[in-house]
Design a binder for this molecule. Structure first.
Ligand code: SAH
Ligand code: SF4
Length: 402
């Protein structure tokens, strides 16, 4: 275990337990106007009724407001010209259309954009936009920090955690569309290729520990009268919260990626500690069902390449044996080193040899190309630099010890 100390924190208490019990900010703040962003269609109709909309008209009004917000990116009720002026004024008194505030925006040499956005409570969350030739992917976060403590993940070292609201999750997509200037002209729909064509839930946090908010936000992203992304263009990455995986298939239906990262329980217990709760066998059982229930294609197995830890030929062969029968793609991720990290990235030749074995067994095995390195925009290991609360170096190393 190498690494030098960059932690001012001397707290040596044991790692946070695996828990779902994190604070969520209530949707309706006791005072002040209600934010409409993040409400489901039904919830939107209900708040309109609660604020005096006649039952009969509520559905239509909700549909109109919905289109303004999610189809055309409007933030001001005054611009909603198919509603009466009086009603627009009433709306403006009771409600707001609020998205996270963009604190900073960096653009990499390769076109990758990284946004730092501020949410309620002053927390900051990173959002990364990655343009490619045939798509543009937005990597969004579902929590501030993460209650899980994967030993190779920078986010896992962050102590402070709260769930993002559905509005804060879909709001990340909305601010990126603002920045890309990609709202269709009023009265028209988005057709043809898009700059922001895909979403991956691979930023900070474990999306399946914030299931309801993630589901509501993704429903908004997929709604045909709105952001209109196909469920096949949304990928949710989980560390393996087994009971929520079937629910993801049923209630969201998006593509699934799993942070697999190891081929024995002994190693996976260390790398992805949730494995102690749901081990490799339990995880694979659930994954075998996923494509049937969600009617989706392949599952992506994410596999971070850590030198001398999980990157041997034997690991590659075990991996293909384990996933036999599951339609899968194996995404090999060169480890992104961070200051104080207890691991090193596997050598390139090792990564290629591993990829070759997986490929020869009949699975696509792309090696993730680092993007936006000059602005430290690596999707999947985000942690806001401003977040001071950290675990101690000792706690990180204790968790990582093999
Ligand atoms: N919590 C979810 C989603 C966020 S992490 C999950 O764990 O799946 C997205 C991906 O980035 C995961 O596969 C995660 O294991 C990986 N990752 C985290 N830190 C990394 C690092 N330092 N280098 C490479 N990949 C990392
Ligand atoms: Fe959380 Fe995912 Fe990082 Fe693990 S890899 S600590 S689940 S964000």
């Amino acid at each position: 275990m190498h690494s030098h100390l960059m932690d001012e924190d001397t707290n040596t208490q044991a790692s946070a337990p695996i828990t779902q019990d994190v604070m969520t900010i209530p949707r309706k703040m006791p005072e002040g106007p209600i934010n409409l962003v993040g409400l489901t269609r039904d919830a939107l109709r209900e708040v309109l009724i609660a604020h005096g909309a006649p039952q009969k008209q509520a559905k239509m009004r909700a549909g109109q407001i919905w289109q303004w917000i999610y189809q055309w990116g409007v933030r001001d009720f005054a611009e909603m010209t198919n509603l009466s002026k009086v009603y627009r004024a009433e709306l403006a008194e009771a409600f707001v259309i609020a998205v996270p505030e963009v604190v900073s925006r960096q653009v990499s040499d390769d076109g990758t954009r990284k946004y730092l956005v501020r949410i309620a409570g002053g927390h900051e969350v990173e959002v990364v936009y990655i343009p490619e030739t045939d798509r543009g992917t937005l990597c969004i976060s579902s929590q501030v920090g993460c209650t899980l403590t994967c030993s190779f993940c920078h986010t896992g070292t962050q102590k402070l955690v709260r769930n993002l609201t559905a509005g804060e999750i879909i709001g990340q997509v909305m601010v990126a569309r603002d920045d890309l200037n990609e709202w269709p002209e009023r009265g028209t729909r988005t057709d043809g290729p898009r700059l922001l064509s895909n979403i991956v839930l691979m930023g900070m946090g474990e999306p399946l520990y914030n299931f309801d908010n993630v589901r509501d936000a993704m429903k908004i992203a997929m709604d045909p009268e709105g952001i209109q992304l196909s469920r096949r263009r949304i990928t949710l990455s989980t560390s393996g919260v087994v009971p929520e995986i079937a629910k993801t298939a049923e209630e969201i239906g998006c593509l699934l990626a799993v942070s697999f990262h190891a081929t024995t329980d002994e190693v996976r217990d260390k790398l992805v500690p949730i494995n102690k709760k749901w081990n490799i066998a339990a995880l694979l059982d659930t994954l075998r069902e996923y494509p049937k229930v969600s009617n989706s294609e392949r599952i992506t197995f994410e596999y971070v390449m850590l030198k001398g830890v999980n990157d041997s030929d034997a690991d590659a062969r075990r991996l293909v044996r384990l996933i036999q029968g599951i339609p899968a793609k194996i995404n090999l991720i060169p480890f992104n080193e961070w200051p104080g990290a207890p691991y090193e990235r596997s050598d390139w030749a090792r990564i290629e040899a591993f990829a070759e074995i997986v490929h020869n067994a009949g699975y696509a095995s792309p090696i993730r190309r680092p993007r936006g390195e000059d602005i430290m925009a690596a999707c999947g290991q985000l942690k806001s630099a401003t977040e001071r609360a950290r675990k101690s170096k000792r706690a990180i190393e204790a968790e990582a010890k093999l």
